[in-house]
Design a protein around this ligand. Structure first.
Ligand SMILES: Nc1ncnc2c1ncn2[C@@H]1O[C@H](COP(=O)(O)OP(=O)(O)OP(=O)(O)O)[C@@H](O)[C@H]1O
Ligand SMILES: [Mg+2]
Length: 155
């Protein structure tokens, strides 16, 4: 069988803080095949974001293992095989839409990525708003601007 794109094996996550202990995930097992679109659905607080953050190397599991394309999440992230679109758009208020989309290319010092910004803006249908501050566009367009900026971060 072909190696899964994402392989989550016995993952648990416990958050400990001054205010107490929260068991966000317990023994989660999930195999996502290559080329498949998967939605994780569940009530608020059931651990969806925690799971995504662990797969995306934004959080470490308390126990269990994760592989992305056969690699540890940190390795897959460094190989730019992971893209993250946050629950709320993570855009910079003092930059226009296009400047926001260009940002990952600037951070990575990758002119190829920066040059693709306009093409990516067109792909998600935010055309005509490139020079507008992100705060002036609708929430749908904000999310639209966020998608290519995350995708470009992914390369
Ligand atoms: N950094 C953290 N510190 C402490 N508790 C946390 C932290 N992050 C998440 N939690 C807790 O872990 C549980 C799972 O949260 P999580 O955000 O993963 O749920 P979710 O399914 O994404 O919810 P929603 O549908 O509201 O986005 C919740 O009880 C939440 O309060
Ligand atoms: Mg969430």
């Amino acid at each position: 069988m072909k190696r899964p794109a994402i392989d989550v094996c016995g993952v648990s996550k416990v958050f400990e803080s001054d205010t107490g202990r929260v068991e966000a995930l317990r023994d989660v097992n999930l195999q996502v095949p290559q080329g498949v679109f998967v939605c994780v659905v569940g009530p608020s607080g059931c651990g969806k974001t925690s799971l995504m953050r662990i797969v995306g190397d934004l959080e470490a599991p308390t126990s269990g293992t994760v592989r992305v394309n056969g690699k540890l999440p940190g390795e897959a992230r460094k190989a730019r095989e992971i893209g993250v679109v946050f629950q709320s758009p993570a855009l910079l208020g003092w930059r226009t839409v296009e400047e926001n989309v260009r940002l990952p290319g600037q951070v990575l010092n990758d002119s190829h990525v920066a040059a693709r910004a306009r093409e990516m803006v067109r792909t998600v249908g935010v055309v005509g708003l490139e020079q507008v501050g992100w705060y002036a566009v609708t929430s749908v367009h904000r999310q639209g601007a966020d998608v290519p900026s995350r995708r470009l971060a992914d390369g």
